[in-house]
Design a protein around this ligand. Structure first.
Ligand code: SAM
Length: 253
């Protein structure tokens, strides 16, 4: 006898909606959401859709009314509470557009709480398209089953960020120069530094000498090495997030 299929099927579309959801509510979707469900997914009346709101959690809904350019969903019930997000920020200099979008997408998948674009002396791309970046973060959260979106902070100058740095937050400073000295074990730094954290990664050309000194002068700064090879900025960001998540985040059972 065939096994009863799981309901909702894993393939049920999953969307972020920017309104507070609740059991029994009716939600009208139009614009890109409606286009996706109607034209791409070819959704039918009664089909299940998962929704999350970044406020209260994730819900199962089904389609009650199909229009040409909009549709109405009725929420059946909550499937998950909004998750507790590990307290990790990623502070990183904007790099070329596509690669920065990629960082935003992957940092979302890996579970960061906040993305802070940082303007440094050698930052080449000063034009952050916040709406595009947020779009990539939302798509990543929809796909990876997150129930919370990372906060996207506005672009901040490095010196301003350091001046206003929170007293209780460690700043793991990815410094590629450390591989020459063999110092900066991230593993040891993670053992020694518990609590709220951030990772700081430089632009394609790295930090200048004066920036390096300024970062190190911050008492919360913890210089770390990511191994003997010079990584591209996006690789460094993802490697550092992964190590932190495995040591201090929510990757451990
Ligand atoms: N200064 C170099 C240059 O342009 O010749 C490389 C900069 S690297 C491409 C960009 C950023 O990635 C660095 O500022 C640093 O934050 C991080 N990074 C790359 N490799 C690293 C490593 N092995 N250890 C720590 N951080 C690293």
């Amino acid at each position: 006898m065939p096994a009863t299929p799981a309901y909702p099927p894993h393939s049920a579309p999953r969307l972020f909606v920017d309104v507070e959801l609740s059991d029994g509510a009716e939600i009208r979707l139009d614009g890109s959401h409606a286009h996706y469900l109607l034209k791409v997914m070819r959704i039918k009346q009664g089909d299940p859709v998962k929704l999350f709101d970044d406020r209260t959690g994730e819900y199962l809904a089904h389609v009650t009314t199909l229009g040409k350019r909009d549709l109405i969903l009725s929420i059946d019930g909550k499937t998950r509470e909004r998750e507790a997000v590990p307290d990790l920020w990623l502070c990183t200099a904007p790099i070329k557009k596509d690669r920065f979008n990629w960082i935003a997408e992957k940092a979302t998948e890996l579970g960061v709480d906040r993305l802070l674009p940082v303007q440094t002396e050698r930052t080449q791309n000063m034009h952050i398209k916040a709406d595009k970046l947020r779009f990539h973060m939302i798509e990543a959260a929809e796909q990876c089953e997150r129930t919370a979106l990372p906060v996207l902070a506005p672009l901040v100058k490095l010196d301003e960020m350091l001046e206003n740095w929170p007293e209780d937050r460690h700043l793991f400073f990815a410094d590629e120069r450390l591989h020459e000295t063999g110092e900066g074990s991230f593993r040891k730094a993670l053992v020694a530094h518990d609590g709220p954290a951030a990772i700081l990664v430089g632009p394609e050309g790295g930090f200048s000498d004066s920036e390096n000194e300024m970062i190190r002068a911050l008492p919360q700064s913890v210089p770390i090495s990511l191994g003997p090879r010079i990584l591209r900025a996006e690789t460094a960001a993802l490697a550092a997030i992964s190590l932190w998540m495995a040591g201090r985040g929510d990757w451990s059972p």
